[in-house]
Design a binder for this molecule. Structure first.
Ligand SMILES: *[C@@H]1O[C@H](CO)[C@@H](O)[C@H](O)[C@H]1NC(C)=O
Ligand SMILES: [Zn+2]
Length: 306
């Protein structure tokens, strides 16, 4: 009996000491989990050259005319979604009827889940940043190529996953559409808890495709195993949330260790040899020659008609 007990306590200790990864905010003397700077020791891919998130330096982004608008499918349909606390984050599972194509992507992708990254109280919590500025919260909507049935299948495809990222900005008015998401998070306080939202429409929480422009780069999952298989889309447009709503999001959930789930983001990774592209010409002067050509053509056609 004693030996069985000691064996199980050894096994428990082994489990706590080794394989677990965590965010910086979780790390403490009693929890020897691997924090982000050490993830690569148990998950070698986390030490790769094309990791996410990154800081986007707008002065260095390059316009790419292949980055056309997205076509969203199923965003207007009311669907049943299940949210589950996974111990590091809470994922809202999306049905594969939610899809996207266009946006300079090689094929159609289907949605898998969405989740949020947030900070410690009153601190920024986005994963990506723009010109060094971090936002209070970031939404990730994860999609995989249509032909795959799981993330594992996408593992060896450098464009296997398409992730959409939206930053939140604090507004004085609450974002009413977001209340159901916040309430659902409140129902999954502990790891393993799950809850459902009926009649959820993605169109209620994000913008229509026609209103979006974006940055594009090749990167990785921002949690272990950090597979470098993600086509990242970081939108220029932000989503609104009130300070009160934001505080609710950050206070409701607990980590696997039952510590408050705050500071849920991976630190910035090096860009290395990568280039960040943008779907719009941000520079007004560079857009001018195109405009002049357009006018000339217009007058040309107009003149000929008469
Ligand atoms: C949530 O998880 C905790 C801890 O496992 C459990 O005690 C509780 O009953 C769960 N709550 C619900 C609503 O499932
Ligand atoms: Zn994420």
């Amino acid at each position: 009996m004693t030996s069985v007990l000691s064996l199980s306590s050894v096994l428990l200790a082994l489990k706590l000491c080794s394989g677990e990864w965590c965010y910086q905010s979780q790390f403490s003397c009693n929890d020897t989990c691997k924090e982000p700077n050490h993830w690569h020791k148990i998950f070698p891919k986390c030490g790769g050259q094309s990791q996410s998130p990154i800081n986007i330096v707008t002065r260095k982004v390059q316009h790419d005319s292949n980055l056309t608008g997205f076509i969203f499918e199923g965003h207007e349909d009311g669907v049943t979604i299940t949210v589950e606390n996974h111990g590091h984050s809470a994922h809202f599972a999306l049905p594969s009827s939610v899809r996207l194509c266009g946006g300079g992507l090689p094929t159609t992708y289907k949605a898998v889940q969405f989740h949020l990254h947030w900070g410690e109280e009153q601190q920024p919590g986005s994963e990506h940043s723009v010109d060094g500025e971090r936002y209070p919260m970031e939404l990730h909507i994860v999609h995989i190529k249509e032909q795959y049935s799981s993330l594992q299948e996408a593992e060896s495809d450098t464009t296997g996953i398409a992730a959409l990222a939206f930053f939140f900005e604090v507004t004085s008015e609450p974002n009413k559409h977001f209340d159901r998401v916040i309430e659902a998070l409140g129902r999954v306080r502990y790891q393993g808890n799950s809850s459902t939202i009926l009649g959820f429409r993605l169109a209620d929480i994000i913008l229509p495709a026609s209103k979006l422009s974006y940055y594009r780069y090749s990167g990785s999952l921002t949690t272990p195993g950090c597979d470098q298989i993600v086509v990242w889309t970081v939108f220029h447009q932000t989503l609104p949330i009130s300070q009160k709503q934001l505080a609710l999001v950050t206070r409701q959930l607990l980590y696997r260790t039952e510590k408050p789930m705050t500071g849920v983001f991976r630190p910035m990774q090096n860009l290395n040899r990568r280039i960040v592209f943008t779907s719009v010409k941000s520079d007004g002067v560079r857009a001018l020659p195109g405009l002049i050509t357009l006018f000339l053509c217009f007058f040309c056609a107009f003149g000929q008609q008469r």
